[in-house]
Design a protein around this ligand. Structure first.
Ligand SMILES: *Cc1c(COP(=O)(O)O)cnc(C)c1O
Length: 237
């Protein structure tokens, strides 16, 4: 249980830093949702996180999520906890992902969007999704090229069972958060461009960006969803 000690204190510290970043940027704290990224952490740690106040949790693999979320279903229901998928989604896992998650951040192709749309059509659901954008041009990273993002928004916007709500990015890693600012700013411009061109609907507002080491800069640049793992749960061994 070593890793659990201090979670409540770490979360309180993060809350304070979020509040200060919002203040610096002249933003309302309500505009920023903290997602506790619980990948690799056991159900015991997640339970502690929920009891300490986390209301949105993020996992990056469907299979791992499926082994943890059902065990927590009662606690999640009583505390109004929702789960977001933040990692790559394979088409053969879409059905399970729809059962487990209330938002998918990692849509990176029309084909995947169509698959989610089609299964939601069968089950009568509407899935909120984000488009993952690869801003750093890194070939190893998932996500669509920024130059293809707007056209894809237009096409995905036609799918009746999806609610396209914004963009997500994982910028190239830099130990200095200030160096990442330019990428966060780029994602925000891309969102604003999509809005200005009128190719997205009114619900297109979200920017999922910022992790443990750079969430404050992300908030200053307009993040609405920040994905924080190690700073809450401790290091992943
Ligand atoms: C693991 C992960 C995070 C959280 O990273 P930390 O550095 O632990 O905060 C955020 N986003 C994605 C997509 C991840 O896979």
């Amino acid at each position: 249980m070593q890793e659990l000690t201090g979670l409540r204190e770490r979360l309180a510290g993060i809350e304070e830093r979020i509040a200060r970043a919002c203040q610096r940027a002249g933003r309302d704290r309500q505009e920023v949702t903290l997602i506790g990224v619980s990948k690799t952490f056991p159900v015991t740690a997640i339970r502690e996180g929920i009891e300490a106040g986390l209301r949105v949790l993020g996992e990056n693999k469907v299979q791992e999520a499926a082994s943890k979320i059902p065990e927590l279903s009662q606690l999640c229901a009583s505390h109004g906890v929702r789960w977001h998928l933040i990692g790559h989604l394979q088409s053969n896992k879409v059905r399970r992902a729809i059962e487990l998650f209330s938002m998918i951040h990692s849509v990176d192709s029309l084909k995947l969007a169509e698959r989610i749309d089609s299964i939601c059509g069968e089950t009568g659901e509407r899935m909120p999704i984000l488009l993952e954008v690869n801003l750093g041009g890194e070939e190893t990273k998932a996500g669509i090229e920024p130059s293809a993002a707007l056209e894809l928004c237009e096409k995905i916007g036609q799918l009746p069972n999806l609610s396209l709500e914004g963009f997500m990015t994982i910028p190239p890693y830099s130990a200095a958060p200030e160096e990442t600012r330019i990428h966060f700013r780029k994602l925000r411009s891309l969102r604003d461009e999509a809005i200005d061109l009128g190719i997205v609907s009114a619900g297109f507002t979200q920017l999922s960006m910022g992790m443990s080491h750079d969430f404050e800069v992300a908030i200053e640049e307009g993040a609405t969803l920040i994905r924080v793992g190690t700073a809450i749960f401790g290091s992943r061994e």
